[in-house]
Structures are given as structure tokens and as C-alpha cells.
Design a protein around this ligand. Structure first.
Ligand SMILES: Nc1ncnc2c1ncn2[C@@H]1O[C@H](COP(=O)(O)OP(=O)(O)O)[C@@H](O)[C@H]1O
Ligand SMILES: [Mg+2]
Length: 199
């Protein structure tokens, strides 16, 4: 039987960092961020739907979706966020399900899905176990500013727009503390993986 791990966290708390640790252990990771981004590619079904919904104002001069503009639009307007999510989320779920079937057919017994909005989108219901990557807000803020080269103000707004970490923490089966060094996180990761494998 295959076991599905739903990996989540807050923005910049270290999901991709922990994803990498799984990959280094030869455990496949399905990256839903990557899938969502690819759905915006010119000519895809979602691309057409977004174009129908918002018109050419969301396009760059060479006819591709202006991701930055779309992200800002989405961030500032709740209705837009819901509309875009309604287009993207079901398609991401379909692709993930197909990918799981494919990986299972190759005999994989442990599969990770990296889903930033795991609980918010009820994706956790499709997982056997949920892992949350935790970082203190001050570290999260610092890392987000540094990684995305954005202002502290904007980074804080992004953090505040998400569910509070405490709410996610209460729902997760396993919490990986990524507040300290990557080395410490790796130790916690190894321990949690070992424990899960022995269950
Ligand atoms: N323990 C850590 N100490 C210092 N920097 C870290 C640590 N973990 C992650 N980072 C850095 O913080 C940023 C956010 O991590 P990332 O894994 O991209 O988060 P997420 O995928 O959750 O958005 C990245 O630039 C990453 O290199
Ligand atoms: Mg990431």
C-alpha cells in the first residue's frame, strides 16, 4: 500500500527545503506550486479560462500570462482570488491524482505532495499523514524578504494573508521545526521519517 505524505507550512517556512530532503532519500515529491505555474502556460486549458475571465489585461506583450500582475491582483482582491483558485485548484488535484497513480505503478510506496494550502483546500483529506514545516514568524519574515527580494511590509502582508501557523500546527500529524539551522532540521527530518517508517 502506498502512503501519501501531505507536506505543508507557511510561506517561506521551508517546504521546498524539506522537499529536497525527501528527494535526497529517493522519495518522490509532487510539487503543486510547479503544477499550478505550468497550468498558466500559454495554450493550456487554464490559460484560456483565465483569459476569458480577465481579458488581455493580464497578458504580457508577448501574449503570456503576466504572473506577477496576476499574483498582485489575486492578493488584493478576494473575488479574483476565488475565481482563479476555482480554475486552478481542481486541475492541480487532477494532475496530482494522475501522478500518484503513475508513481504507484512504478512501485513507489511513499509519495510526498508539497501543498502550500494543504488544509485550506482540503487536500489533507487525500493524504495518509500530514507534515508541517514550522518556522518562527520572525525567521519566516526574514527568509521571505531575502528570498523574494520584497519589502518587509509586503512580506508581512503575505504572511498575514495565510492561516496562522498555530491553526495549521494543530491540524498536522508531524511538525518539523525549521527555526534553527538546516542541519538541525535535517536531524528532525530523519527522526520523523524513521518514526513514520516504523509505524
Ligand atoms: N533553517 C534555515 N535556515 C536559514 N534559511 C533557511 C532555512 N530553511 C530554509 N531557508 C531559506 O529560507 C527560504 C525559504 O525556504 P523555502 O524552502 O523556499 O520555503 P517554502 O518552500 O516553504 O516557501 C529559502 O531561501 C531557504 O533557502
Ligand atoms: Mg516552496
Amino acid at each position: 500500500m502506498v502512503k501519501i505524505i501531505g507536506l505543508t507550512g507557511g510561506i517561506a517556512t521551508g517546504k521546498s527545503t524539506v522537499s529536497k530532503m525527501f528527494k535526497e532519500r529517493d522519495i518522490p515529491v509532487i510539487d503543486t506550486d510547479k503544477i499550478a505555474k505550468s497550468l498558466l502556460n500559454k495554450g493550456s486549458e487554464a490559460f484560456q479560462e483565465i483569459l476569458t475571465e480577465f481579458g488581455e489585461t493580464v497578458l504580457t506583450p508577448n501574449g503570456e500570462i503576466n504572473r506577477k500582475k496576476l499574483a498582485e491582483k489575486l492578493f488584493h482582491d478576494e473575488k479574483t482570488r476565488q475565481t482563479i483558485n476555482a480554475i486552478i485548484h481542481p486541475k492541480v488535484k487532477d494532475i496530482v491524482r494522475r501522478e500518484i497513480t503513475r508513481l504507484e505503478s512504478y512501485g513507489e510506496t511513499l509519495i510526498v505532495i508539497d501543498v502550500p494550502l494543504l488544509f485550506e483546500t482540503d487536500f489533507h483529506q487525500e493524504c495518509d499523514v500530514t507534515w508541517l514545516v514550522f518556522a518562527r514568524q520572525k525567521d519566516q519574515l526574514e527568509r521571505l524578504v531575502e528570498r523574494d527580494q520584497i519589502s518587509e511590509d509586503y512580506a508581512m502582508k503575505k504572511i498575514k494573508a495565510q492561516w496562522p501557523m498555530s491553526k495549521k500546527k494543530a491540524l498536522a500529524d508531524v511538525v518539523i521545526d525549521n527555526s534553527k539551522s538546516i542541519l538541525e532540521t535535517r536531524k528532525a527530518f530523519d527522526k520523523a521519517l524513521e518514526r513514520m517508517r516504523n509505524q
